[in-house]
Design a binder for this molecule. Sequence first.
Ligand SMILES: Cc1cc2nc3c(=O)[nH]c(=O)nc-3n(C[C@H](O)[C@H](O)[C@H](O)COP(=O)(O)O)c2cc1C
Length: 246
Amino acid sequence: MSDITKYEHNVGKRKRIRLRNLVTWFNTTQEDGEPSFEAPPGPMIEKKYIVKHGFDGVEIHGANGYLIEQFMKDQVNDRKDQYGGTLENRCRFALEIVEAVAKEIGSQRVGIRLSPFTDFMESSDSNPEALGLYMANALNKYNILYLHVIGPRWSESESPQSLLPMRKAFKATFVASGGYDRNGGNEAVAEDEADLVAFGRLFLANPDLPRRFELDAGWNRYDRSTFYTQDPVVGYTDYPFLDVHA
Ligand SMILES: Cc1cc2nc3c(=O)[nH]c(=O)nc-3n(C[C@H](O)[C@H](O)[C@H](O)COP(=O)(O)O)c2cc1C
């Protein structure tokens, strides 16, 4: 087991690899034709690598404007071949990746993260509801473990859009994220809007977030000015733990 997975297991987390920058040398505006990798995805998704390093599975990163999402969103994909144009064509690349990873490591070790409603890196779509619903339905075919979706509320603005149609369409575990706190997360699960809720910024600002939730002890506010900084400590590992003796 590698040091990183040992650490993650020790702190009680399950470990996944995110396939984000796997194929960054390929972009959606290149000449049409069969997407071909200049280098193979390589050992990162070989079963022996996953098992050897103690990973529980792979979360395919199909969100936030990275490569896979660039194929899915109609405002950035201008291909004219079987990977562009229709919804089916734009989602083909993502689904082929799901199929390939599931085949390699087993479908029950695979999850995927999507963000149809976000527009990071100019990746937006003219009909995010239809895109999300199409993917939720299409993913059922691959028997994967979970679908993790960043909802429309991530930016803290009110939105009439909802994850519910995706939640209802997807047959396995549905993880919602984006703009949840302790109460919001509990409500979403109680209302059957999701099986699980994931937290981003609150986790960043609270290294002991599960403990704080358990105790209903409140949490540190995150500091936006230190998001995405180059400093390895400030904004990443300098938020205080709960002082249970205070
Ligand atoms: C500093 C920072 C770094 C992030 N890095 C990533 C990333 O690498 N990949 C990703 O998909 N999302 C990333 N996110 C987004 C979060 O995973 C999450 O989707 C987002 O913060 C919304 O959830 P929240 O409302 O619980 O914070 C990042 C967010 C922050 C604040």
